[in-house]
Design a protein around this ligand. Structure first.
Ligand code: PDD
Length: 279
Protein backbone atom coordinates (compact mmCIF):
# COMPACT_ATOMS: atom_id res chain seq x y z
CA UNK A 1 0.00 0.00 0.00
CA UNK A 2 0.96 3.57 -0.56
CA UNK A 3 0.34 5.86 2.41
CA UNK A 4 0.50 9.63 2.82
CA UNK A 5 2.78 11.32 5.37
CA UNK A 6 3.16 15.10 5.56
CA UNK A 7 2.79 15.80 1.85
CA UNK A 8 4.54 12.68 0.53
CA UNK A 9 3.08 9.49 -0.96
CA UNK A 10 5.32 6.63 0.18
CA UNK A 11 5.21 2.82 0.49
CA UNK A 12 3.86 1.92 3.95
CA UNK A 13 7.16 0.21 4.85
CA UNK A 14 9.02 3.51 4.39
CA UNK A 15 6.56 5.80 6.15
CA UNK A 16 7.86 7.32 9.40
CA UNK A 17 6.39 9.31 12.29
CA UNK A 18 8.49 10.45 15.26
CA UNK A 19 8.55 8.65 18.62
CA UNK A 20 7.96 12.14 20.06
CA UNK A 21 4.80 12.74 18.06
CA UNK A 22 2.10 14.08 20.40
CA UNK A 23 -0.46 11.82 18.77
CA UNK A 24 1.58 8.85 19.98
CA UNK A 25 2.43 10.24 23.45
CA UNK A 26 -0.76 12.12 24.42
CA UNK A 27 -3.45 10.99 21.93
CA UNK A 28 -3.18 14.68 20.98
CA UNK A 29 -4.63 14.08 17.53
CA UNK A 30 -7.92 14.12 15.64
CA UNK A 31 -9.10 11.93 12.79
CA UNK A 32 -11.69 11.34 10.11
CA UNK A 33 -12.84 8.23 8.28
CA UNK A 34 -14.32 8.83 4.84
CA UNK A 35 -16.14 6.08 2.99
CA UNK A 36 -15.26 5.14 -0.60
CA UNK A 37 -18.07 3.68 -2.72
CA UNK A 38 -17.55 2.85 -6.41
CA UNK A 39 -14.15 4.56 -6.13
CA UNK A 40 -15.79 7.82 -5.03
CA UNK A 41 -15.62 9.65 -1.70
CA UNK A 42 -18.88 9.87 0.26
CA UNK A 43 -19.73 13.10 2.15
CA UNK A 44 -16.18 14.47 1.81
CA UNK A 45 -17.20 18.09 2.55
CA UNK A 46 -18.99 17.02 5.73
CA UNK A 47 -15.94 15.15 6.99
CA UNK A 48 -13.63 18.09 6.27
CA UNK A 49 -16.02 20.52 8.00
CA UNK A 50 -16.01 18.31 11.10
CA UNK A 51 -12.19 17.99 10.92
CA UNK A 52 -11.93 21.82 10.95
CA UNK A 53 -14.21 21.94 13.97
CA UNK A 54 -12.18 19.30 15.85
CA UNK A 55 -8.94 21.19 15.08
CA UNK A 56 -10.47 24.51 16.20
CA UNK A 57 -11.81 23.08 19.46
CA UNK A 58 -8.30 21.81 20.33
CA UNK A 59 -6.53 24.91 19.00
CA UNK A 60 -4.57 22.70 16.64
CA UNK A 61 -3.05 24.07 13.44
CA UNK A 62 -4.47 22.93 10.13
CA UNK A 63 -2.01 20.89 8.06
CA UNK A 64 -3.50 21.63 4.63
CA UNK A 65 -6.35 23.30 2.79
CA UNK A 66 -9.55 21.43 1.91
CA UNK A 67 -8.46 21.45 -1.76
CA UNK A 68 -5.11 19.85 -0.86
CA UNK A 69 -6.85 17.27 1.32
CA UNK A 70 -9.33 16.44 -1.43
CA UNK A 71 -6.51 16.00 -3.96
CA UNK A 72 -4.61 13.76 -1.52
CA UNK A 73 -7.72 11.65 -0.81
CA UNK A 74 -8.38 11.18 -4.51
CA UNK A 75 -4.78 10.31 -5.31
CA UNK A 76 -4.49 7.81 -2.47
CA UNK A 77 -7.71 6.02 -3.46
CA UNK A 78 -6.47 5.93 -7.03
CA UNK A 79 -2.90 4.69 -6.47
CA UNK A 80 -4.17 1.95 -4.15
CA UNK A 81 -7.04 1.21 -6.53
CA UNK A 82 -9.66 1.25 -3.79
CA UNK A 83 -13.20 0.94 -5.14
CA UNK A 84 -14.87 0.10 -1.85
CA UNK A 85 -13.42 0.88 1.56
CA UNK A 86 -12.25 3.90 3.44
CA UNK A 87 -9.64 6.61 3.81
CA UNK A 88 -8.36 7.27 7.33
CA UNK A 89 -6.90 10.73 8.00
CA UNK A 90 -5.15 11.78 11.20
CA UNK A 91 -3.74 15.13 12.27
CA UNK A 92 -1.64 15.39 15.43
CA UNK A 93 -0.17 18.45 17.11
CA UNK A 94 3.19 17.31 15.81
CA UNK A 95 6.58 16.37 17.18
CA UNK A 96 7.91 18.00 20.37
CA UNK A 97 9.88 17.07 23.48
CA UNK A 98 7.44 15.38 25.88
CA UNK A 99 5.60 18.08 27.82
CA UNK A 100 1.94 18.39 28.82
CA UNK A 101 2.00 22.01 27.67
CA UNK A 102 1.48 22.53 23.95
CA UNK A 103 4.64 22.98 21.85
CA UNK A 104 5.47 26.49 20.60
CA UNK A 105 3.27 27.94 17.90
CA UNK A 106 4.65 27.08 14.49
CA UNK A 107 5.29 23.42 15.38
CA UNK A 108 4.27 21.53 12.26
CA UNK A 109 1.24 19.24 12.68
CA UNK A 110 1.65 15.63 11.53
CA UNK A 111 -0.75 14.58 8.79
CA UNK A 112 -1.08 10.93 7.83
CA UNK A 113 -3.56 9.18 5.58
CA UNK A 114 -4.03 5.58 4.50
CA UNK A 115 -6.63 3.49 2.71
CA UNK A 116 -8.37 0.29 3.78
CA UNK A 117 -10.20 -1.92 1.34
CA UNK A 118 -13.41 -3.21 2.83
CA UNK A 119 -16.60 -4.78 1.61
CA UNK A 120 -19.25 -2.24 2.65
CA UNK A 121 -22.33 -2.96 0.59
CA UNK A 122 -22.69 -6.64 1.48
CA UNK A 123 -21.96 -8.33 4.78
CA UNK A 124 -23.35 -10.58 7.49
CA UNK A 125 -23.99 -7.68 9.89
CA UNK A 126 -26.35 -6.15 7.35
CA UNK A 127 -28.26 -9.38 6.63
CA UNK A 128 -28.41 -10.64 10.19
CA UNK A 129 -28.35 -7.38 12.11
CA UNK A 130 -26.23 -6.55 15.14
CA UNK A 131 -26.56 -7.82 18.67
CA UNK A 132 -25.53 -5.10 21.10
CA UNK A 133 -24.95 -4.92 24.84
CA UNK A 134 -24.99 -1.77 26.94
CA UNK A 135 -22.24 -0.31 29.13
CA UNK A 136 -21.67 2.86 31.14
CA UNK A 137 -20.46 5.78 29.09
CA UNK A 138 -17.37 6.75 31.10
CA UNK A 139 -15.72 8.75 28.30
CA UNK A 140 -14.58 12.34 28.82
CA UNK A 141 -17.41 14.78 28.16
CA UNK A 142 -16.08 16.16 24.88
CA UNK A 143 -17.23 13.30 22.68
CA UNK A 144 -18.13 15.90 20.04
CA UNK A 145 -14.41 16.18 19.18
CA UNK A 146 -13.20 13.29 17.02
CA UNK A 147 -9.96 12.52 18.88
CA UNK A 148 -7.88 9.34 18.58
CA UNK A 149 -8.46 8.68 22.29
CA UNK A 150 -10.23 5.41 21.45
CA UNK A 151 -9.09 3.08 24.23
CA UNK A 152 -12.51 2.85 25.87
CA UNK A 153 -14.21 2.08 22.55
CA UNK A 154 -11.58 -0.59 21.93
CA UNK A 155 -12.11 -2.12 25.39
CA UNK A 156 -15.88 -2.17 24.84
CA UNK A 157 -15.62 -3.85 21.42
CA UNK A 158 -13.44 -6.56 22.98
CA UNK A 159 -15.92 -6.97 25.82
CA UNK A 160 -18.72 -7.31 23.27
CA UNK A 161 -16.78 -10.00 21.45
CA UNK A 162 -16.06 -11.86 24.69
CA UNK A 163 -19.81 -11.77 25.42
CA UNK A 164 -20.72 -13.13 21.99
CA UNK A 165 -22.29 -9.88 20.74
CA UNK A 166 -21.30 -7.44 18.00
CA UNK A 167 -21.13 -4.01 19.59
CA UNK A 168 -21.88 -1.81 22.58
CA UNK A 169 -24.32 1.04 23.12
CA UNK A 170 -23.17 3.41 25.84
CA UNK A 171 -25.44 4.78 28.55
CA UNK A 172 -25.11 8.07 30.46
CA UNK A 173 -27.53 8.96 33.29
CA UNK A 174 -29.87 6.19 32.16
CA UNK A 175 -29.99 7.43 28.55
CA UNK A 176 -28.31 5.88 25.50
CA UNK A 177 -25.62 8.17 24.09
CA UNK A 178 -24.25 6.32 21.04
CA UNK A 179 -22.53 3.14 19.88
CA UNK A 180 -18.81 2.55 20.48
CA UNK A 181 -18.08 3.82 16.94
CA UNK A 182 -21.49 4.78 15.53
CA UNK A 183 -24.65 6.75 16.29
CA UNK A 184 -27.65 4.93 17.79
CA UNK A 185 -31.32 5.01 16.74
CA UNK A 186 -34.56 3.31 17.64
CA UNK A 187 -37.79 3.15 15.64
CA UNK A 188 -41.05 3.66 17.58
CA UNK A 189 -44.19 1.55 17.11
CA UNK A 190 -45.55 4.45 14.98
CA UNK A 191 -42.48 4.19 12.72
CA UNK A 192 -40.71 7.37 13.86
CA UNK A 193 -36.94 7.46 14.21
CA UNK A 194 -35.58 8.48 17.62
CA UNK A 195 -31.98 9.60 18.12
CA UNK A 196 -30.16 11.66 20.72
CA UNK A 197 -29.73 15.36 19.91
CA UNK A 198 -26.25 16.68 19.10
CA UNK A 199 -24.30 17.82 22.18
CA UNK A 200 -20.88 17.31 23.76
CA UNK A 201 -22.06 13.81 24.75
CA UNK A 202 -21.92 12.32 21.24
CA UNK A 203 -20.09 12.66 17.96
CA UNK A 204 -22.12 14.54 15.37
CA UNK A 205 -22.04 11.79 12.76
CA UNK A 206 -21.70 12.88 9.15
CA UNK A 207 -23.77 9.82 8.23
CA UNK A 208 -26.32 10.92 10.86
CA UNK A 209 -26.72 14.29 9.12
CA UNK A 210 -27.18 12.64 5.70
CA UNK A 211 -29.58 10.08 7.12
CA UNK A 212 -31.76 12.84 8.61
CA UNK A 213 -31.98 14.44 5.17
CA UNK A 214 -32.88 11.10 3.55
CA UNK A 215 -35.55 10.43 6.20
CA UNK A 216 -37.10 13.87 5.77
CA UNK A 217 -37.23 13.50 2.00
CA UNK A 218 -39.06 10.21 2.41
CA UNK A 219 -41.54 11.53 5.00
CA UNK A 220 -40.10 9.44 7.83
CA UNK A 221 -40.53 11.42 11.06
CA UNK A 222 -37.53 12.07 13.31
CA UNK A 223 -37.72 12.66 17.05
CA UNK A 224 -34.43 14.15 18.24
CA UNK A 225 -34.49 13.22 21.92
CA UNK A 226 -32.72 10.94 24.38
CA UNK A 227 -34.10 7.46 25.02
CA UNK A 228 -33.61 4.90 27.80
CA UNK A 229 -32.36 1.32 27.43
CA UNK A 230 -35.86 0.14 28.44
CA UNK A 231 -37.45 2.15 25.61
CA UNK A 232 -34.86 0.74 23.19
CA UNK A 233 -35.64 -2.85 24.25
CA UNK A 234 -39.35 -2.20 23.66
CA UNK A 235 -38.76 -0.48 20.30
CA UNK A 236 -40.00 -1.83 17.01
CA UNK A 237 -36.52 -1.71 15.51
CA UNK A 238 -33.11 -0.18 16.05
CA UNK A 239 -30.08 0.64 13.95
CA UNK A 240 -26.74 2.41 13.88
CA UNK A 241 -25.03 4.73 11.41
CA UNK A 242 -21.36 5.38 10.61
CA UNK A 243 -19.28 6.28 7.57
CA UNK A 244 -18.29 2.71 6.78
CA UNK A 245 -21.31 0.86 8.19
CA UNK A 246 -23.74 3.36 6.65
CA UNK A 247 -27.04 2.08 8.13
CA UNK A 248 -26.83 -1.24 10.03
CA UNK A 249 -29.86 -2.85 11.71
CA UNK A 250 -29.72 -3.81 15.40
CA UNK A 251 -31.76 -6.89 16.33
CA UNK A 252 -30.94 -7.46 19.98
CA UNK A 253 -30.15 -5.29 23.02
CA UNK A 254 -28.79 -6.92 26.21
CA UNK A 255 -30.22 -10.29 25.15
CA UNK A 256 -33.70 -8.91 24.33
CA UNK A 257 -34.77 -9.43 20.72
CA UNK A 258 -36.43 -6.45 19.03
CA UNK A 259 -39.67 -7.32 17.24
CA UNK A 260 -39.22 -10.65 15.48
CA UNK A 261 -35.44 -10.50 15.99
CA UNK A 262 -34.78 -9.78 12.32
CA UNK A 263 -33.55 -6.54 10.69
CA UNK A 264 -36.44 -4.05 10.63
CA UNK A 265 -38.19 -2.64 7.58
CA UNK A 266 -37.41 1.01 8.35
CA UNK A 267 -33.70 0.28 8.83
CA UNK A 268 -33.54 -1.76 5.62
CA UNK A 269 -35.36 0.94 3.68
CA UNK A 270 -33.16 3.72 5.07
CA UNK A 271 -30.06 1.75 4.22
CA UNK A 272 -31.19 1.46 0.62
CA UNK A 273 -32.15 5.13 0.40
CA UNK A 274 -28.83 6.14 1.96
CA UNK A 275 -26.75 4.01 -0.43
CA UNK A 276 -28.63 5.35 -3.42
CA UNK A 277 -28.14 8.92 -2.17
CA UNK A 278 -24.38 8.35 -1.58
CA UNK A 279 -23.47 6.80 -4.93
N1 PDD B 1 -16.51 6.17 13.83
N2 PDD B 1 -19.93 8.02 17.12
C1 PDD B 1 -18.67 7.60 17.33
C2 PDD B 1 -18.19 7.46 18.73
C3 PDD B 1 -17.84 7.31 16.23
O1 PDD B 1 -16.57 6.89 16.43
C4 PDD B 1 -18.34 7.43 14.91
C5 PDD B 1 -17.49 7.16 13.70
C6 PDD B 1 -19.68 7.86 14.74
C7 PDD B 1 -20.31 8.02 13.38
O2 PDD B 1 -19.79 9.15 12.68
P1 PDD B 1 -19.74 9.20 11.09
O3 PDD B 1 -21.14 8.94 10.61
O4 PDD B 1 -19.30 10.57 10.77
O5 PDD B 1 -18.78 8.13 10.68
C8 PDD B 1 -20.43 8.16 15.87
C9 PDD B 1 -15.58 5.96 12.74
C10 PDD B 1 -16.20 5.46 11.51
C11 PDD B 1 -14.42 5.11 13.21
O6 PDD B 1 -13.94 5.40 14.29
O7 PDD B 1 -13.97 4.20 12.51
Amino acid sequence: RTVYVNGAFVPETEAKVSVFDRGFLFADAVYEVTCILDGKLVDFEGHMARLRRSLDELKMASPATDEELLAAHRKLAQVNNVKEGLIYLQVSRGEADRDFLFPPEGTAPTLVMFTQEKSLLAGPSVDKGLKVMTADDIRWRRCDIKTVQLLYASLLKNEAKANGVDDVWMVLDGMVTEGSSNNAYIVTQEGNIVTRPISNDILAGITRASLMRCAEEHQIKIEERSFTVEEAKAAKEAFTTSATGMVVPVVEIDGVALGDGKPGQVAKRLREIFIQFSR
